[in-house]
Write a protein that binds this ligand. Structure first.
Ligand SMILES: NC(=O)C1=CN([C@@H]2O[C@H](COP(=O)(O)OP(=O)(O)OC[C@H]3O[C@@H](n4cnc5c(N)ncnc54)[C@H](O)[C@@H]3O)[C@@H](O)[C@H]2O)C=CC1
Length: 489
């Protein structure tokens, strides 16, 4: 049993029910502990509140020194952390190494973002000095998803701490071991007690934290379903900051390309990387009808059938590892069946390779015939839906026919067509001849519609981690040269 709760600088056993984490590739229990109760969440909020003022009173450079030490420790422990992420998520080691690298890279980017987006500005004025400064919100909760259990929570935690907030982190219940490892590194970095706290548990722990009156904000990355629940819960609390990074039903359009292999590579990288478990993954692929489209589709089917799926530590490395759980894999196969029942045609069948594991092969369906009945849902796995179109503008209209709006892309040699597409498509990430996954931490990261609430993360995370304060300041009160009418001194 692990002491999995980190509260006020102490590792504590949870007082709730027992939790386990299962390696979805090797099917072994790799972690066991007890969840945090509502009382322990309360302790964590108290600890974060007590730590807030001293932490906020440190200078930016002092806070930065702690965060840089964390980045150094990530570097020293990068192989160990990459292995923990691989074991808990099933993602291949080549990919989890890039996740740890992104966590390290986040620190320098967040430092720059803090200065550029929330630094201090002095404006000239006739009398006194005018300042724009930024202050931390206070105690913030960070909720993380399972697909990038290190990098995505880190994308909230690092800018939150730099801005002077204290944090209570509630990771996904599917990736508690990664959270524990990460917090051990924060502890080693010497953060004062209470500045970062970890509460592990399932939905009830999440609810206890999200509904706690003592938090000043909540930064969430996860499903639209949960994000919407939180949005409702935060209704009537305009004083609390809520940043939601949620799912997508992302379209990728293809027209007039000369290099078929390069195009297919961008499609595969968009649809199947991380076994389709990225919020930016392409779910819908629009290919023109006719021989040119046929050739692209034929090559895509051919390459997809050859994608290597395997253990995270296999040599040579597979492109796709296991999905997060046997349950998630079974749900994807069920989603495929549901679309087949509606009248979709299977082009490459997704298969659950072993019902006890998270391994699935990638699948492709032609859904052209059922476009009007297509459920507008995020299928969070390696299942790509192909739509054959004859009119490009209609294809854009269909691409926009979603409640989501996270990422979208065009694969085409035609620069003017891209401008046309860019003006019409609705999404927070719009790419041209590049995969629609792999968004940069140095750019804003967020979507419109049900993909987010206009609080983009990554480079723009600095914005939701602090509030602006406008001040006009003068050493002492001075009588103005002219008085307003009606005043007598
Ligand atoms: N836009 C973005 O930046 C990203 C979005 N995602 C989305 O995340 C999803 C996959 O992640 P999941 O872990 O399945 O998301 P999830 O919504 O199931 O869980 C996220 C977090 O919320 C907590 N939670 C769940 N129900 C709750 C409730 N009722 N009250 C309070 N807390 C609750 C969970 O314990 C977890 O910590 C996908 O939909 C994906 O698109 C994933 C990565 C990035």
């Amino acid at each position: 049993m692990s002491k999995a709760q980190f509260i006020a600088g102490q590792w504590l056993e949870g007082q709730g029910h027992s939790m386990t984490s299962v390696d979805p590739a090797k099917k072994q229990v790799i972690w066991q502990a007890s969840s945090a109760t509502a009382e322990q969440v309360e302790q964590a909020v108290k600890a974060a509140r007590q730590a807030f003022l001293p932490w906020a009173e440190f200078s930016f450079d002092e806070r930065l020194a702690f965060v840089k030490r964390f980045a150094e420790l990530l570097g020293e422990h990068k192989d160990e952390l990459a292995l923990v992420i691989a074991r808990e998520t099933g993602k291949p080691l080549w990919e989890t190494a890039t996740e740890v690298a992104a966590m390290i890279g986040k620190v320098a980017i967040s430092e720059r973002a803090y200065q550029e987006r929330t630094g201090t500005v002095e404006n000239p004025m006739p009398q006194g000095r005018a300042f724009i400064r930024h202050k931390p919100h206070g105690v913030v909760a960070v909720f993380g998803p399972y697909n990038f259990p290190g990098h995505l929570p880190n994308g909230h935690i690092v800018p939150a701490l730099l801005a002077g907030n204290t944090v209570i982190f509630k990771p996904s219940e599917l990736t508690p071991m990664v959270a524990q490892k990460t917090l051990e590194l924060w502890e080693k970095a010497g953060l004062p007690a209470g500045v970062i706290n970890l509460v592990q548990g399932e939905v009830e722990t999440g609810k206890a934290l999200a509904s706690h009156p003592g938090i000043d904000g909540l930064f969430f990355t996860g499903s639209s379903r949960t994000g919407k629940l939180l949005h409702e819960q935060f209704g009537g609390h305009p004083g609390k900051i809520l940043a939601l990074e949620m799912g997508g039903n992302n379209p990728l359009l293809v027209k007039d390309v000369s290099d078929i292999d390069a195009t297919v590579h961008d499609i595969v990288q968009s649809a199947f990387v991380t076994s389709g478990q990225r919020c930016t993954c392409s779910r819908r692929l629009f290919i023109e009808q006719g021989p040119k489209g046929d050739a692209i589709l034929a090559r895509l089917l051919d390459v997809t059938r050859q994608i290597k799926v395997g253990d995270y530590d296999a040599q040579p490395q597979p492109f796709m590892g296991a999905m997060i759980s046997a349950r998630a894999a079974a749900q994807m196969v069920a989603a495929q069946q549901q679309l087949l029942n509606l009248g979709a045609t299977s082009l490459v069948e997704m298969q659950h390779l072993d019902p006890e594991s998270g391994f699935v092969t990638p699948g492709i369906l032609d859904v052209t015939a059922i476009i009007d009945q297509l459920p507008d849902e995020e299928h969070f796995g390696p299942l790509l839906k192909v739509i054959r179109y004859s009119d490009f503008d209609q294809a854009i209209e269909q691409a926009n026919n979603t409640v989501f709006g996270l990422s979208a892309g065009l694969l085409s040699d035609d620069a003017e067509l891209y401008q046309h597409f860019f003006r019409r498509i609705r999404a927070g990430i719009v790419n041209w001849n590049r995969p629609i996954t792999g968004a940069s931490s140095a750019a804003p990261f967020g979507g419109i519609g049900e993909s987010g609430n206009h609080r983009a993360s990554a480079y723009y995370a600095a914005d939701y981690c602090a509030y602006p304060v406008a001040s006009v300041e003068l050493e002492q009160s001075v009588m103005p040269g002219t008085l307003n009418p009606g005043l007598t001194f």
